[in-house]
Design a binder for this molecule. Structure first.
Ligand SMILES: [Zn+2]
Ligand SMILES: [Zn+2]
Length: 280
């Protein structure tokens, strides 16, 4: 079996399908020797994964993924080698998670005022193990008979600028990068291929990123080339991962299924903060 790496995997600690221990088991089954669990706004899965990773002889890197910007133009920032005990960083993560819950509560309250009441508990059921988003709210609006379709739910209520739209407090990329650095981590711009033009990617990188995720399941070859080129010009760390959420119905991507060159893992580990291996 070919040995590979995967530096971007989600678990049930955020919106993945597999528990952290099952993530490690899948990684081991696919020949992954270097693994990072990078859940959205939480590092809670990492401790659970550690014992399993040690038993499977997988090097587990503590990671996290922060998102910012309006949903349509989201920028995601990965943080690697985070100190899990860094209390200010954990406080930032709690705020981000709280902001998401609060936003859903505010949308439901607003829909009630607009004469389209839905039950937040039902919305959570629809979302299942994942975090609640507007498509789940739209589904609840349809179920409750307020709208006939997803399009109508967004067009009348949930789209930006419509009466049921509530924005979310988030960090900007510079703040995200700074928070990660303060917790001893390395900030890396996630899947930049989704951000479009070279100049936009460079502008975001220059807010304080130390790396770029060149290899990602959604990147085509020209994305990889562009990002490697940017990384070379700026001496950035290059990372790669599947962004697997496990056997997710909409996006079933296997852990370790991406073809990432060997030098990526070697270079990545060589940039580990001093003393990192000892403190694990
Ligand atoms: Zn992402
Ligand atoms: Zn992700």
């Amino acid at each position: 079996m070919a040995r590979t790496i995967d530096l971007h995997v989600h678990s049930t600690a955020s919106d993945g399908i597999l528990s952290p221990a099952d993530v490690v088991a899948q990684a081991a089954a696919h020949g992954v020797w270097l693994l990072a669990i990078a859940d959205h706004d939480t590092t809670d899965g990492i401790r659970e994964a550690r014992a399993a990773a040690a038993a499977a002889e997988i090097t587990l890197i503590p990671g996290v993924e922060l998102s910012e910007g309006a949903e349509e133009h989201e920028i995601h920032v990965l943080g690697y080698f985070i100190d899990l005990d860094h209390q200010p960083f954990q406080a930032v993560l709690r705020t981000l998670r709280g902001a998401r819950d609060l936003r859903n509560e505010r949308i439901v309250a607003r829909l009630r005022e607009l004469g389209a009441p839905i039950d937040l508990e039902r919305v959570k059921e629809i979302a299942g193990a994942g975090s609640v988003g507007r498509p789940h709210l739209a589904q609840a609006l349809i179920e409750a008979g307020h709208c006939a379709s997803m399009g109508e739910a967004f067009g009348r209520y949930l789209a930006r600028g419509k009466p049921g739209y509530v924005g979310r407090e988030r960090l900007g990329p510079a703040e995200a990068a700074q928070a990660i650095r303060q917790a001893g981590g390395i900030p890396v711009l996630a899947h930049p291929g989704k951000l479009g033009q070279r100049r936009r990617i460079e502008a975001i990188v220059d807010t304080g990123m130390e790396g770029v995720e060149a290899f990602h399941s959604d990147h085509v070859e020209k994305d990889v080339e562009l990002i490697l080129d940017i990384a070379k010009a700026r001496n950035l760390l290059v990372t790669g991962g599947t962004d697997s959420h496990g056997p997710h119905p909409e996006r079933p991507i296997e852990i370790g299924s991406l073809d990432i060159p060997d030098w990526v893992g070697e270079q990545f580990l060589s940039r580990a903060p001093l003393g990192w291996a000892e403190s694990r």
